[in-house]
Design a protein around this ligand. Structure first.
Ligand code: ADP
Ligand code: ZN
Length: 729
């Protein structure tokens, strides 16, 4: 509830400082509202906070200080405060950290930045000239609008001194106006395409959901190229028509450019953007305009969920299965799940779009919690690629070679036909391991329990955990033998070398996130490839994410077995999704595509499911296995990682926690560990994991809070809790 406080009233202020409670302050001169962004004194400093409600009154009133000032920003709405509170409760994140997510606007504490604008005044000119008349007519033509000096002079076709002369006589009025202008209005209009019957039905269902003004989540499943984007843009149109705001989350900044172009084609203007590649000025404008209602559509990364929308009616989570929606450091949250929470509070609709949904979303749709819409065919001529295994046990390959003769012949045929082939290997760098042929030593990171990966392009060995790099050594660091170090296994850079040797005349393009300094460079490369600027594309999972390559007709997966190793509970799911996504890159336009999977285990149930495309059968089998094991989405997990430079200290604390498990047993949960984490040391900190497993409905957050509250970690020790962990490193 929004409440007004008079000057001097006690109010509780939540700050972004790591304190475990709100602090009481006196409302400033002129009073303030709940949700107001304020500046308050804290010790010798001034910090930013939000008025959270009436003061607690548990502190000596005489010592309570006053709020310094109310900031120039729309107060945080109740809905947003509830979202932050519930998201914090769910992820066991202290409120100050949640507030930090919601105040990531550059210059939030600054006074509004102003600029001069010009509009019609009521004075009369001392003498009329042609130039003067044009200025006055231009301002008349545009009704009451105001323009900057440069704009007005350009539109009237006069020099700026003419405008200034009119200002001096009061014919034109100069005013100050905030720099952060609203975004151009988007016109919901009509789709420029004739939607197919299936697309039209799905679009109508989503639009009806938006019009209902109530919460609902829909899983929009459809093969790559079936028109999911086209369909959810109709839901965006429905939100615009209803005068509500929409948010589209994309898993990868590199995808935004293509999407913005589509939005512009459909709605006549560009939406607001929110991600790390956006300038400070634009971020500030976006943050403010979302709150004031001057932005009707935002396209962004997961953190856009924490913008304070004035009236959010729709959230689209595109490629909802993508693991990058899980934030893996700082506040550990899953943007897909938080989108559902946010929408349920705001009375908004969620659309989860994917060709290969997460098992979580699939199970929620099965259980009737989410609606489900399906697009079964690719648009137009495009057909799904034919998928086959290449049984590597039957292929002859000399050492340090990974492209089988069968795959080689297929690639050659594509190049000769003027088409593109993609070789997919989900491994960055040149070689994952560097071994000494003299002593067998494998070069590892000094700070981490990880082997260094050779990046030949950078001429360095790189730790993929901590980012430490060293020059590629001449001699073995262990036995000092010279010239005996050898790369073992392939990365994409090594695949490029092999492909160049096999196809010397072909033009190669390597797509790997570490090879691009900026999102812009990556985007340029992707556009060049799409336009036919390469014959062979060699890429990591970066290429699996929704880019359109119309000339691409062959996808060769170098090692389809790669993701099936390891103990991750989602290994099968991830492999299934990734392989289907990558295969979906082939045959997007008129030409049919083929996907070939190099595998040593073509009989493996996951490989067979990928090849047959029997998706429902795969999900059903996978769901049955997880249900039997009581793991997500049919049970709950929380991962606890303890880390410290002192190995004894982490194990001691881990053991104490494991013994003090009464609060967990009280809800029927079990704790496993402590065990060294799969990566037992990162940046010099030793890491120990505990895993808590509970039944689906168990109140796991409260139990975890009570359990962890029993121990007081020392100053060097870090403890992080990951609810619904996605990775287990
Ligand atoms: P998805 O999001 O499922 O991968 P898209 O919405 O990107 O699919 O559609 C794939 C391509 O087909 C796009 O270029 C899109 O513009 C085009 N397309 C989809 N539906 C239609 C339609 N009904 N008429 C014309 N073009 C369409
Ligand atoms: Zn390291």
């Amino acid at each position: 509830m929004i409440q007004h406080f008079d000057a001097g009233d006690l109010v509780a202020v939540l700050t972004t400082q790591p304190l475990d409670r709100t602090l009481d302050y006196k409302a400033p001169e002129g009073g303030c509202l709940t949700g107001a962004f304020v500046e308050v004194p804290l010790g010798p400093r001034k910090v930013i906070g939000v008025v959270w409600g009436p003061g607690r009154g548990d502190f000596d009133r005489a010592k309570i200080r006053s709020i310094i000032r109310v900031l120039d920003a729309v107060p945080m709405r109740d809905e947003m405060r509830e979202f932050l509170t519930r998201a914090g409760d769910y992820t066991l994140t202290p409120m100050p950290a949640m507030l930090r997510l919601a105040t990531r606007s550059p210059g939030l504490g600054d006074p509004p930045s102003m600029r001069s604008v010009y509009r019609l005044g009521d004075g009369a000119p001392d003498r009329q000239t042609d130039a003067r008349r044009r200025v006055v007519e231009t301002l008349h033509d545009y009704g009451g609008l105001a323009f900057t000096l440069k704009e007005l002079a350009e539109m009237a076709g006069v020099s700026t001194s003419v405008v200034k002369g009119l200002v001096a006589q009061g014919v034109v009025r100069e005013e100050q106006s905030p720099r952060d202008l609203p975004y151009p209005r988007l016109d919901p209009g009509e789709s420029q395409y004739d939607l197919t019957a299936e697309q039209a039905a799905a679009a109508a269902a989503l639009a009806a959901g938006v019009r209902s003004g109530a919460y609902g989540t829909t899983l929009l499943k459809g093969v790559t190229g079936s028109g999911k984007t086209e369909v959810y843009l109709e839901a965006v149109a429905a939100a615009l028509k209803a005068g509500r705001q929409a948010l589209v989350l994309l898993p990868e900044i590199a995808l935004t450019a293509e999407f913005l172009t589509r939005v512009e084609a459909r709605f006549g203007a560009r939406p607001a953007e929110w991600h790390s590649g956006v300038t400070m000025t634009e971020r500030r404008r976006c943050w403010r305009m979302v709150g004031e209602g001057g932005a009707s559509l935002v396209v962004g990364a997961r953190s856009a969920l924490f913008l304070q929308f004035r009236d959010l009616g729709l959230i689209v989570v595109d490629e909802e299965h993508d693991t990058s929606y899980k934030q893996e450091d700082g506040v550990l949250y899953n943007a897909r799940d938080m989108a559902v929470l946010r929408a349920s509070i705001a009375g908004a609709q969620v659309v989860l779009a994917s060709a290969t949904p997460s098992l979580e979303s699939w199970a929620n749709a099965e259980a009737g919690k989410y609606a489900r819409l399906e697009l079964t065919t690719r648009f137009g001529e495009a057909t799904l690629p034919e998928m086959r295994a290449i049984d590597m046990r039957d292929e002859y390959l000399p050492g340090a070679r990974w492209i089988s003769p069968t795959l080689e012949a297929e690639v050659r045929a594509r190049i000769e036909a003027g088409e593109q082939a993609l070789l997919f290997l989900n491994r960055r760098g040149y070689a994952p391991v560097t071994i000494c042929r003299a002593c067998g030593h494998q070069i590892g990171c000094k700070h981490c329990d990880a082997r260094l990966v050779e990046h030949r392009f950078l001429k360095r060995l790189v730790c993929h955990q901590c980012g430490e790099t060293v020059p590629i050594p001449e001699a073995c660091p262990e036995c000092k033998a010279e010239g005996r170090l050898a790369p073992v296994g392939p990365g994409v850079e090594r695949m490029a070398e092999e492909a160049q040797a096999l196809f010397p005349e072909a033009r190669l393009a390597v797509l790997s996130s570490d090879l691009f300094g900026s999102a812009r460079a990556l985007k340029a490369k992707i556009e060049a490839i799409a336009a036919g600027g390469a014959d062979i594309v060699i890429g990591t999972q970066l290429v699996a994410k929704g880019h359109n390559f119309p000339l691409l007709t062959l996808v060769g997966v170098i090692d389809a077995d790669l993701g099936l190793q390891g103990s991750d509970l989602r290994a099968a799911e991830r492999t299934f999704q990734l392989m289907r996504q990558v295969a979906g890159r082939a045959g997007r336009a008129e030409r049919p595509g083929t996907a070939l999977l190099q595998t040593y285990q073509p009989e493996h149930p996951v490989i067979r499911a990928i090849l047959s495309g029997a998706e429902e059968a795969f999900w059903t089998a996978e769901a049955a296995e997880r249900r039997a094991a009581g793991v997500p989405p049919f049970g709950r997990l929380a991962g606890i990682v303890l880390s410290s430079p002192d190995v004894q200290e982490v194990f001691d604390l881990g053991t104490r926690l494991a013994r003090a498990d009464a609060p967990l047993r009280a809800i029927g949960a079990q704790v496993y560990g402590p065990a060294p984490a799969p990566i037992a040391r990162i940046r010099g900190r030793h890491r120990v994991r505990l895993l808590v497993k509970a039944a689906k409905g168990a109140p796991i957050q409260e139990a975890l809070a009570r359990w962890i509250g029993q121990v007081k970690p020392g100053p060097n020790l870090r403890l992080s809790v990951d609810i619904d962990p996605q990775s287990f490193y």
